[in-house]
Design a protein around this ligand. Structure first.
Ligand code: ZN
Length: 365
């Protein structure tokens, strides 16, 4: 994976860099760049107190999300799939290289499905990990998942492992990382956030029980100054609604990782509308998830500016995919382009499509 990045412009070259970013885009994207360049320059005009970088790594329809705090301390949420000659570990390494880090301090496994935990053995073979965090033992009665759990436990032998519960924190210098959900339980209140009645609950439909590991996903809220990022793994509808109804303990967020890769078993309106994301990233595959109903709910959520995608959802249609400049991998599998977020403590952030090199800035609220 090649990652073209323009996240640390020096004052003397900001305007030139902005025009370079624009110059390498197609005509339609150029128009967007032209409109955004002044904002982008203005947002960078005071020296940042540090940046939080978030990489939505393309693991072809799984999850692997790398967060790197200004201190260099890091959290990897999930590890992608096994196999493919260590493809997903290599893509994680590419993101680490871009971020300038040599180890991962914390690895959070949201749940024990293959597209999240499967990459652990190949990761630990290549990368030093400080600790593993997960929701506790597998509870899904399925041979594949039991096998995933056994392979995981074997792979992390000798590493520190900590079981997380709702309300726990993951200590990372400069960030607040609060566990919202784990093992089917959820938090009632996040320190510093007043739970508010959620008006979207009244029109929410009933969701079925989900006996799979998805419903046990460990979900986190990451706060960096005024910037907030929500990642709930593959949490399914009934647990989403339980988390935010009748009171929403999360408040609103700047960036939402579209839950469950954009499957319509997740992304209830009651949660998506209540958390009111400014930008969403959907970690779908070319032929996995990115379902029209879920895409539409996220796309239509109040206040949403852009819905970025790791892939075109090729089983869907043009009306339920974002424009190509918002998609890291527009055609097929295998290219492995990531989406890179750079957030500042004032709540502003940018998203870079590493395929095109184009960066879009989202000013603070
Ligand atoms: Zn998944």
């Amino acid at each position: 994976m090649k990652i073209a990045v323009h996240d640390r412009p020096k004052s003397s070259s900001r305007r030139r860099l902005a025009s370079q970013v624009c110059a390498i885009t197609a005509f339609a994207a150029f128009a967007v760049c032209f409109l955004l360049a002044p904002q982008w320059i203005r947002a960078q005009s005071s020296p940042p107190a540090g940046e939080l970088r978030i990489y939505s790594i393309d693991v072809e329809g799984g999850q692997s999300t790398l967060l790197v705090a200004p201190s260099g301390e890091s959290l990897l949420v999930d590890t992608g799939w096994p196999g493919n000659n260590g493809r997903d570990a290599e893509r994680i390494l590419a993101a680490m290289h871009d971020a300038g880090i040599k180890r991962i301090d914390h690895v959070l496994i949201t749940h024990f499905h293959t597209d999240h935990v499967g990459g652990v053995p190949e990761l630990v073979a290549k990368v030093e990990v400080g600790e593993f965090l997960d929701h506790g033992e597998n509870r899904e009665d399925a041979a594949d998942t039991r096998n995933n759990y056994a392979i995981y436990m074997k792979a992390i032998a000798g590493h520190q492992r900590r079981i997380v519960h709702p309300g726990d924190t993951i200590p990372i210098d400069g960030l607040s990382v609060v566990v919202l959900t784990a093992d089917g339980e959820h938090i009632g209140a996040v320190p510093g956030i007043q739970p508010m009645p959620n008006t979207y609950c009244a029109s929410e439909h009933a969701w079925a029980d989900d006996p799979t590991e998805n419903s046990r996903s460990a979900g986190i809220l990451v706060t960096f100054g005024k910037f907030k990022f929500l990642d709930l793994g593959d949490l399914t509808g009934k647990k989403e609604v339980a988390l935010v109804c009748p009171n929403n303990p999360i408040g609103t967020v700047d960036l939402y990782l579209v839950t469950h890769h954009g499957m319509d078993l997740s992304n209830s309106r009651a949660i998506v509308d209540a958390v009111h994301p400014r930008v969403a990233i959907m970690n779908n595959g070319a032929h996995k998830a990115g379902m029209p109903a879920a895409w539409q709910i996220v796309h239509d959520s109040p206040g949403l500016i852009d819905l970025w995608q790791l892939h075109t959802a090729e089983g869907s249609d043009a009306a339920h995919n974002s424009p190509e400049w918002l998609i890291a991998n527009p055609k097929g599998d295998g290219d492995g382009h990531a989406l890179k977020v750079v957030a500042l403590p004032d709540g502003s952030f940018s998203v870079t499509n590493t395929r095109t090199g184009m960066t879009k800035q989202y000013p603070r609220d």
